[in-house]
Design a binder for this molecule. Structure first.
Ligand SMILES: Cc1cc2nc3c(=O)[nH]c(=O)nc-3n(C[C@H](O)[C@H](O)[C@H](O)COP(=O)(O)O)c2cc1C
Length: 380
């Protein structure tokens, strides 16, 4: 199996509009997960969040996995049935949301300190699916724990009892939110203790980081498997969120670095490899051409995103709000042009926004993602 890249769910950012426009402009991502849809009690459904996953709003998305946030099996099953009716055959259970408002209700990462509750939930969900003959696979997206990194080790034996499609692990605790670094060694310990398919997620911000992490994960032995079969469940699926928002070319750059067969070529960076085979002058010229090409691609992507949000949302603040979200992540990738971006962020209506953005791109800003450092997101 060659490497696969999944666009992570980012509530408020990677909605259906973003996904659809993104997939029309960029390549390299194999599938996407929707931001969570919360369960509601009493057989109710939040129609506006369901719209995000309606197939006609996701025509360009290669494959979409809807995600559910909830901890009551009956409500989870009710929403799952609706998603199956829409044509989905896998749904994801969110066990990672770090926000205290969510976690306090024992949802998202708030479920992680309660293995018995998780066991009961999964038991009821799988029994419900079987008894109602609902054809739907369940995957889980989780963190290492709510408070401590080892909470997940109480959950892994429980996960072993259920036919989960896969487990996506973001190796941080809930209380860490996005601080510090994703703990790749902790992810490896998780891999040692589960036979489920695993997806790695966290802090992949450049080809170099991807190659380091994927390289580290290549050689690891998997739970319960003899050395001879250890590679039967290698970790080949990677979920990327903020790295894609700050550099939309990242997935295609990773795929390019992997080569035509999708296999790892070696553990040095793509840049190193290019450098090895080209003279400096030619390389600089090539990079310059590539830069203006990239800027034009980002401009077209931005303009279509703005036009689509403008059609879908009525309130001017809604539209500019969404576009400000766009700049939160991609903005720091224009480090020389921070002042101009701040100007775009100050505007209050659509017309002024369009003018400010046009001016920004016309001035040929320099796209230079400093993707080895996620702290850049707070620089704006
Ligand atoms: C603003 C924001 C919103 C997010 N919304 C969701 C969500 O709806 N569901 C979910 O499972 N994870 C959500 N996440 C977590 C991401 O999917 C991902 O696990 C996390 O950002 C780590 O991956 P990254 O380092 O590649 O960004 C969100 C993260 C951020 C920053």
């Amino acid at each position: 199996m060659s490497y696969q890249i999944i666009l992570a769910p980012l509530q408020g950012y990677t909605d259906a509009v973003f996904r659809d426009v993104y997939f029309r402009h960029f390549t390299g991502v194999d599938e996407a997960m929707s931001p969570f849809i919360s369960t509601m009690s009493q057989n109710k459904i939040n129609i506006s969040s369901l719209k995000d996953v309606v197939p006609e709003n996701n025509l360009h998305c290669p494959k979409l996995i809807p995600q559910i946030l909830g901890n009551v099996a009956e409500d989870f099953l009710f929403l799952t049935r609706r998603l199956v009716e829409l044509g989905y055959s896998t749904v994801n259970l969110n066990m990672g949301c770090p926000h205290s408002k969510v976690a306090k209700k024992k949802r998202g990462s708030g479920m992680l300190p309660y293995p018995e509750m998780v066991d009961q939930l999964l038991d009821n969900v799988f029994k419900g699916l079987t008894s109602e003959l609902v054809q739907c696979k369940i995957s889980i997206k989780t963190r290492l724990g709510r408070y401590e990194k080892d909470e997940i080790f109480n959950l892994l034996p429980i996960f072993e009892r259920y036919p989960l499609e896969e487990i996506i692990v973001h190796p941080r605790t809930g209380v860490e939110m996005y601080g510090g670094n994703a703990d790749v060694n902790a992810f490896i310990r998780v891999a040692d203790n589960t036979s489920h398919n695993l997806v790695y997620n966290g802090d992949i911000t450049s080809v170099k980081v991807f190659e380091n992490i994927a390289g580290n994960l290549e050689g690891i032995r998997r739970y319960g498997q003899s050395t001879s079969t250890a590679s039967s469940k290698p970790i080949k699926r990677f979920m990327i969120g903020r790295g894609i928002l700050s550099n939309p070319f990242l997935p295609s750059e990773i795929k390019e670095a992997l080569g035509y067969n999708g296999k790892m070529q070696g553990f040095y960076s793509f840049e190193d490899r290019i450098g090895k085979s080209s003279d400096k002058l030619g390389e600089n010229r090539m990079n310059k051409d590539k830069d203006s090409d990239k800027l034009e691609k980002i401009r077209l992507f931005h303009n279509e995103l703005f036009a689509t949000y403008s059609r879908k949302f009525y309130g001017p603040l809604h539209v500019t709000g969404r576009m400000k979200g766009f700049w939160t992540y991609i903005g720091p990738s224009f480090p020389v042009n921070r002042k101009e971006i701040k100007k775009i962020l100050k505007v209050k209506n659509r017309e002024h926004y369009a003018e400010a953005a046009e001016k920004f791109f016309a001035a040929m800003p320099i796209f230079e993602p400093d993707n080895d450092n996620l702290d850049t997101y707070s620089r704006l």
